[in-house]
Write a protein that binds this ligand. Structure first.
Ligand code: SF4
Length: 253
């Protein structure tokens, strides 16, 4: 607690997957947006009221929304409310933790558009955590692929999808192409099955070794480092040079 944490809160805010549990069911929407301003001692009372009105408008909610309780909103509107609250202290960075995963596709698109608009207008940076490769591809500029808590590969979005270098990324990209569009033998080669081992007791070498179709003895003994393989492109794999880059582009119909 204390001052350092307060300072971090001002610059960094988090939007969670489940807006319902992130909001207090007994407090009105306006009060919940105002809360971070009170905690951080920002503005006078009337300035805070004005800020709440502006924030509601910015996220596409009417001024009357301030008087409503969370259960009176739809799922998408509740996420808008959480975004308004996150914006209240004017952070530079917002962590979106699976922030659109619980929403259906049409509402997801609306929330993603809202996040993009806010980014343009406010110069925000997002750390966008998601399991949905399609959403990541449309939304992110720079991607870090994580496996069991470690970065397997990191690159600008365009590079990651056209020239992935890590076997785990190959598996994700193969899994994401529409069925029937990738040559079957290629897909069988790169798609890995099964579940990751427990993150509590990770394997000693490469964390992906148990499931990697390309694992050799060294992989099970030695942890690979995240090394640069090109401009802004980093890969943690012992065999990255010899394995090269597979052609994962979907086959034309
Ligand atoms: S280090 Fe070995 S096990 Fe890990 S991804 Fe590379 S080839 Fe696969």
């Amino acid at each position: 607690g204390g001052e350092p944490l307060r300072q971090v809160r001002k610059h960094l805010q988090i939007v969670f997957q489940d807006p319902f549990s992130a909001l207090d069911p007994r407090r009105r929407a306006g009060d919940q947006i105002r809360e971070p301003l009170e905690l951080l001692d920002i503005g006078t009372r009337s300035e805070r009221d004005e800020r709440v009105r502006c924030l509601l408008a910015e996220v596409g909610l009417p001024p009357e929304a301030a008087e409503l309780f969370p259960h009176q909103f739809s799922g998408g509107q509740r996420q808008r409310l959480c975004i308004a609250r996150a914006l209240a202290p004017e952070p530079e960075l917002i962590v979106c933790d699976e922030a659109v995963s619980a929403l259906d596709v049409a509402i997801q698109a609306q929330i993603l558009n809202l996040l993009k608009k806010l980014q343009r207008e406010r110069g925000l940076t997002y750390i966008f955590i998601s399991h949905d490769l399609g959403v990541i591809q449309q939304f992110c500029d720079e991607i870090a692929v994580m496996y069991l808590g470690k970065i397997a590969e990191q690159a600008p979005a365009s590079t990651l999808f056209t020239a992935p270098r890590h076997p785990y990324t190959w598996s994700l990209v193969s899994a994401a192409v529409p069925p029937g569009s990738l040559r079957d033998e290629l897909k069988a080669r790169y798609l890995v099955k099964g579940e990751p081992p427990s993150p509590v007791d990770p394997p000693p070498g490469c964390r992906f070794a148990e499931r990697c179709p390309f694992a050799v003895d060294r992989c099970r003994r030695e942890q690979p480092h995240l090394d640069g393989t090109g401009p802004e492109h980093f890969v943690a794999c012992h065999r990255k040079e010899e394995l090269g880059i597979p052609d994962l582009t979907p086959e034309a119909a």
